[in-house]
Ligand binder design. Structure first.
Ligand SMILES: Nc1nc2c(c(=O)[nH]1)N[C@H]1C(S)=C(S)[C@@H](COP(=O)(O)O)O[C@H]1N2
Ligand SMILES: [Mo]
Length: 420
């Protein structure tokens, strides 16, 4: 079921949303008692709320645009991504299945096992043991769904029609994946490190997994690849993987497994759910829009491409001609650094170089600002374009079309009405 609308949601607690409890709140929102409420599957929104006239709001995520509630998918409008470090309330949500019920457990008892054909010393850790045994690190790391920007592709491709808000850069705390792997033994024939998680398949079939992806060994062994239990100094929110998730920033966020239960050290490219076929793959060679591409000609997406956002002002702003407009935003480039950001007021005919900060740490997004003034009153578009350290630029219009609409890193544009 696709639920896009809900009334009165702001009065509901976010715990209710995930737990299917909080009966009083739910009944109040529906306007009647719900005799079978105890049988309502967790995470499912009553259709009476879903079908009402207002935009669905995710409790705890005011202002996010919600695409669906089963699974939960919601993106953040660009102007709400203005914070240097993305707060939990403004981080997009991308679920492929139904999150596990975790509220009644002691998070420190959560178990992670590390195993796989190419693991020489398989073992399990509780979260408590992970925290006691390994050194802690805190890093700002950006997460972007590979399908961010999909809505702009033509012909349209299937999947969530993300605008440009399936991205964020919170601060995460945890341990390095490589420290844990060192203790568990990585065999010489290891090539891939994958995750399995505790969420369940939408069909309810417990033999199926919603998603199980991973990264080549070299990416897993980077210092920024982590197992995290905290976001912005607080326990991971339920929607973002509480109590433990993997994080390999700069790659499709689908490699950053939430509700992490198992790490697999594989002797082959991982073949879990959403690794094969067309998922998270693009044609190895460019194709004409609309082309059907055989699975064998599709390559796994690795580092995400260079991209930027204008987070201030909000598109549609009214601005006085006499004033300078101070633009702000962020830029990021997968595994690479952003080298420069440029803005244009004349549909790309000329560009002005913005002020760009260094990342706080590798794989954090970078902040940029630019002061612009307008020659006369009227309608303008401000465009922003980032270039990475290898010289790759965002395309002004669209990058290459691909069957599932991944990797749209086209320039972000906002409308500005300049008044005399
Ligand atoms: N266990 C699990 N991990 C997951 C997913 C999921 O559905 N289940 N979705 C992935 C995808 S496709 C994305 S884009 C990110 C989204 O992370 P977020 O919801 O914390 O923003 O989580 C990834 N990790
Ligand atoms: Mo994603």
């Amino acid at each position: 079921m696709k639920a896009t609308r809900q009334r009165g949601a702001t009065t509901l607690s976010r715990r209710w949303f995930l737990r299917g409890s909080g009966l009083a709140a739910m009944s109040a929102a529906v306007g009647a008692s719900i005799p079978f409420a105890h049988l309502l599957p967790k995470g499912l929104l009553p259709i009476a709320l879903a079908d009402s006239a207002e935009q669905l709001q995710l409790p705890g995520k005011p202002g996010l645009t919600v695409f669906s509630d089963r699974p939960i998918n919601a993106e953040t409008p660009a102007h709400l991504l203005d914070d240097p470090v993305t707060p939990a309330s403004r981080l997009f949500v991308r679920n492929n299945g139904v999150p596990p019920v975790t509220y009644d457990l002691d998070p420190l008892d959560w178990e992670l096992s590390v195993e796989g054909e190419a693991c020489t010393n398989p073992r399990a850790f509780t979260l408590r043991e992970l925290q006691e045994r390994f050194r802690h690190y805190t890093l700002q790391l950006q997460l972007e769904c590979a399908g961010n920007g999909r809505a702009e592709f033509y012909p349209a491709t299937s999947g969530n029609q993300w605008g440009n808000g399936a991205v964020g850069c919170p601060e995460w705390t945890g341990v390095r994946l490589k420290d844990v792997l060192a203790e568990c033994g990585v065999a010489d024939n290891a090539v891939y490190v994958a995750y399995e998680a505790a969420d369940s398949h939408l069909s309810g079939d417990s033999s199926k997994r919603p998603i199980s992806r991973g990264v080549p060994l070299h990416k897993a062994l980077e210092s920024e690849s982590m197992l995290v239990w905290a976001m912005n100094g607080a326990p991971l929110p339920e929607l973002h993987g509480y109590p433990l998730r993997m994080l390999c920033a700069g790659w499709p966020a689908s490699v950053s497994g939430k509700w992490l239960t198992r790490i697999l050290v594989r002797d082959r490219v991982h073949d879990g759910e959403k690794m094969l076929g067309q998922s998270y793959r693009v044609p190895c060679k460019p194709v004409a829009p609309g082309t059907t591409v055989a699975d064998a000609d599709m390559c796994i997406i690795e580092s995400m491409p260079v991209k930027s956002l204008i987070t201030f002002p909000k598109s549609g702003v009214q601005h006085a001609l006499a004033d300078t407009l101070q633009l702000r935003g962020h830029a990021w480039a997968g595994d690479r650094r952003v080298q420069s950001v440029h803005t244009s007021l004349d549909f790309g005919a000329s560009w002005q170089t913005a002020k760009l900060k260094k990342p706080v740490n590798r794989l954090a997004w970078q902040h940029w600002t630019a002061d612009v003034s307008f020659p006369e009153a009227g309608y303008y578009e401000v465009w922003a374009r980032a270039v990475d350290e290898a010289g790759a630029s965002q395309p002004v219009v669209l990058p290459g079309w691909n069957p599932l609409g991944y990797l749209n890193n086209a320039c972000h544009r906002i409308a500005v009405m300049v008044n005399a």
